[in-house]
Design a protein around this ligand. Structure first.
Ligand code: C5P
Length: 397
């Protein structure tokens, strides 16, 4: 995860059915090298056992303020924590937080904290929309508490609506994001991602195997680092990154239009999309009928979006990608010069396309920097840390 030192969180579990998801959350956080101290309300122990949480975190679980030898668990645990995360947070517990009540160990711990507090509400949709509940939530927000979710969907009671706790994976991501240094705060970043689709006729087209994963990971990492992100995405199967302004496009021409529209207000442009080099000169509106004589398509070049942005009178800081199948260093260095961009990230296409991890080599004025094989989100963070340093250097000149 690349956090300077191990982070510690207190995972507070309150008495709701979503408590079972807290087990998965604890497991994911431990896997991310975060130390997890679980504190449960008595009600939570009716939904999930302390033994489960102890086994997953390797730490004794805090429950009863009267069974603490030194009598100071609320102070010790909160002082040691880099953040307290309440997942699930019931309507009752949110009400207690809003009013500063401290009549059990977990609520006392929250009141005694000097670190960020995050809550992941989980409740029935009627309880969620109740005026008192919403009033309490607003109070938490104005007290600086971060509210994660909830989402909408089928509920334990069989009803459907708002109030489901976010999935463990999403919560883990949000917690990791909290710990990322905000190196890109106040910076507008424009990113292209995914493939483009160039129509041949009404049903057929030319596209490529780009999944969009690298571009989406960069968008996610940029959001974590505090940037305002616009993501111009070709067709992918990925969920939109939470918090990004996503513009969905299909063809290279549409991508070009969307980028032209946004480029002037961007401080940084990261071109990750695998833009088709050519499009069909005259796509047919109707499906082309099969013919025994074969079919010849005339292809004409698409505009080079990155080269266009880099040649603007006042270009944003431009980062390009190069996917090569051989001679990585030679081709990448040439491409960086040709496109006149300060930073280029190169990878071997056969390693990158569609896969969850990758290996990158960064090329800039200082030379080559290898980012060893890692998952795409970890690589995205490393790439952005490098880009942030160069961007700040450049903007001071
Ligand atoms: O020239 P090549 O396609 O290899 O360059 C790759 C880089 O240029 C990537 O950053 C890609 O997003 C960008 N690009 C672009 N518009 C194109 C072709 C490539 O922005 N038409």
């Amino acid at each position: 995860m690349n956090m300077a030192q191990t982070k510690r969180i207190v995972l507070g579990i309150t008495g709701g059915i979503a408590a079972y998801k807290a087990a998965e959350l604890a497991r994911l956080l431990v896997k991310l090298d975060i130390e997890v101290q679980v504190a449960m309300t008595e009600a939570a122990t009716h939904f999930i056992t302390p033994a489960t949480m102890r086994a997953l975190t390797g730490q004794p679980v805090l429950i009863d303020q009267w069974q603490d030898d030194k009598g100071m668990a609320h102070i010790h645990a909160s002082r040691l924590a880099d953040a307290i995360v309440i997942a699930p947070a019931t309507a009752d517990f949110i009400a207690k937080l809003a009013h500063g009540l401290a009549n059990d160990l977990l609520s006392t711990l929250c009141l005694a904290r000097d670190c960020p507090l995050l809550v992941a509400p989980a409740m029935n949709k009627q309880m969620w929309s109740n005026a008192a509940m919403q009033r309490n939530l607003q109070q938490l927000i104005s007290d600086g508490v971060t509210v994660l979710g909830p989402s909408s969907g089928i509920q334990a009671c069989g009803e459907e609506g708002m109030g489901r706790m976010l999935e463990a994976e999403t919560l883990a991501q949000d917690i990791v994001a909290l710990f990322q240094p905000k190196l890109l705060a106040g910076i507008n970043i424009l990113i292209t991602a995914g493939p483009t689709y160039e129509a041949i006729d009404a049903v057929r087209g030319i596209t490529n195997r780009s999944s969009g994963k690298m571009g989406y990971a960069i968008a996610q990492a940029a959001l974590e680092m505090g940037a305002a992100v616009t993501l111009v995405s070709g067709p992918t199967a990925l969920p939109q990154p939470n918090g990004a302004n996503t513009v969905n496009v299909t063809s290279a021409a549409e991508m070009f239009e969307a980028v032209k529209h946004q480029a002037a207000r961007s401080d940084m442009f990261i071109a990750v999309a695998a833009v088709a080099d050519y499009r069909v000169a005259q796509p047919s509106e109707q499906k082309i009928k099969k013919s025994d004589t074969g079919l010849t398509l005339e292809l004409i070049p698409n505009p080079d979006i990155l080269a266009y942005v880099a040649s603007l009178p006042k270009p944003p800081f431009c980062v390009g990608f190069a996917a090569e199948s051989e001679k990585l260093s030679e081709y990448a260095a040439t491409k960086r010069r040709k496109k006149n961009i300060p930073l280029l990230a190169a990878n071997l296409a056969q390693n990158a396309i569609g896969s969850d991890d990758n290996e990158l080599v960064l090329f800039d004025d200082a030379g080559e920097h290898v980012l060893p094989r890692a998952d795409k989100l970890a690589l995205a963070r490393a790439l952005l840390r490098h880009a942030a340093v160069l961007y700040r250097k450049g903007s001071k000149q």
